[in-house]
Design a protein around this ligand. Structure first.
Ligand code: FAD
Length: 384
């Protein structure tokens, strides 16, 4: 059996970028993905790149690096990521004070511009000025998430990387050292495994008795067919209740709920948002439910109605666009922008997951991760 230098578990955007960067360093890499249909968070994402979201020196540096990377990424990967710069319009509800909301954004290294409802509709004519007290405008990037993922994977294959569609059922270890993984088809050997399993990272790590501060939300959204209606910007709410709730998930009281095997419901929020891809399709979102069972069945009829009503309030023309509801898991860490590093208690095990703004942080961090592996493993952060 072929021995790999690295095994990457999960081929969403985190696994694809990291596999590519590791292979670029000349390493033999196996990328394992359980779902050849890619019903994952990457496929159902808006694909926004929050360049502005650095809050300290390190995250600001990553934002700047990623902005540079995206400009030449299609060329580097040999496939079009559909990258473009566009405005992010963060809507402020009519009953909220715009100045107070603006203050919450002062922690970011690029500050938003506060627009009146009238100014907002000049930039995004589909917005309903009667339901907002204004918008915060930020310079954002945008790519097609699944095309970008595919571009990374094709470039990885050209570097002699291997992709197999198999589910990792267990991580294998001996004497506190990782030896490989077991899939639903066979065993693969490697001294290094990195978990990029998105919302399922938590349960996969648990097979080894490892509990990290990584959780997941159930997200529901609508994808439409191509339509002629033209949305110029990416629209999202300025108050992201989801982030507040994600932060609270790390509280000791809520943490104990995550260890219960039944389906504990921690929260349920609707955040009206919309993006149009270059082929005319829309992604309308999104409901985020924090429930402790990753395999729970959700009510799709009521979710579709809630999303349509929510989006219809701010973007009335989009309310009735024909489309289909989808569901995926999205990983998050309550107290940091990502969970990236090695697990010292099990030599060879690594995690690259739980990003808040995955499209801005993951590509730049994947490059650094591969450099740590090649140049100096001591620089790799320790997670346990
Ligand atoms: C509606 C919506 C809008 C969003 N908008 C944005 C945005 O504008 N900007 C942004 O930065 N982020 C956004 N996000 C979040 C972003 O999409 C995710 O954070 C990101 O795609 C996560 O990538 P990932 O690789 O960690 O996970 P995923 O894309 O979920 O990939 C994980 C993969 O691991 C595989 N896997 C799991 N377990 C196993 C196993 N045991 N064996 C093999 N394979 C396994 C899964 O099948 C899956 O393919 C949005 C998300 C949603 C739902």
């Amino acid at each position: 059996m072929k021995n790999f230098d690295w095994i990457v578990v999960g081929a969403g955007i985190t696994g694809a970028t990291l596999s590519y960067e590791l292979a670029k360093q000349g390493l033999a890499v196996l990328l394992l993905e359980k779902d050849s249909n890619y019903t994952n968070a990457t496929r159902y994402s808006y694909g926004g790149i929050a360049y502005w979201s650095g809050t300290d020196n390190f995250s600001t540096q990553l934002c700047k690096e990623s902005r540079e990377m995206y400009h030449q990424l299609s060329e580097e990967l040999g496939q079009n990521t559909e990258f473009r710069e566009l405005d992010l319009m963060l809507t402020i509800p009519i009953d909220k004070d715009p100045k107070t909301i603006t203050k919450n954004y002062q922690k970011f290294f690029i500050k938003p511009q506060l627009l009146s409802p009238q100014e907002s509709t000049e930039i995004e004519p589909l917005l309903n000025p009667d339901t907002i007290s204004g918008c915060l405008k930020l310079p954002h990037g945008h790519i097609h998430p699944q095309k970008t993922n595919n571009a990374y994977q094709q470039a990885f294959l050209r570097l002699d990387g291997t992709i197999k569609y198999e589910e990792v059922t267990q991580l294998l270890s001996e004497n506190e050292t990782l030896t490989g993984v077991q899939t639903n088809k066979e065993n693969y050997h490697s001294k290094n495994v990195v978990v990029c399993a998105g919302g399922l990272s938590r349960s996969l790590l648990k097979t080894l008795g490892i509990t990290l501060n990584i959780y997941f939300t159930h997200s529901q959204l609508i994808l439409t067919s191509p339509v002629d209606t033209n949305l110029r910007t990416l629209v999202m709410p300025a108050i992201l209740n989801r982030l507040d709730i994600e932060e609270k998930s790390g509280n000791s009281e809520l943490k104990s709920l995550w260890n219960r095997p039944n389906d504990e419901i921690i929260s349920n929020v609707m955040e009206p948002g919309a993006i149009q891809f270059l082929d005319g399709r829309f992604c309308l979102g999104q409901i985020s439910q924090i429930r402790t069972n990753p395999y729970t069945k959700l009510d799709s009829k009521s979710a579709e109605k809630t999303i349509r009503q929510g989006v219809g309030k701010v973007l009335p023309e989009l309310q009735e666009l024909p489309g289909k509801l989808h569901h995926c898991l999205v990983a998050f860490c309550p107290d940091s922008n990502f969970l990236v590093g090695k697990i010292d208690t099990l030599t060879g095990l690594h995690v690259f997951s739980g990003f808040t703004s995955t499209f801005v942080f993951a590509p730049a961090l994947a490059k650094r991760f591969a450099n740590w592996v090649i140049e100096d493993d001591k620089k790799m952060p320790s997670l346990l």
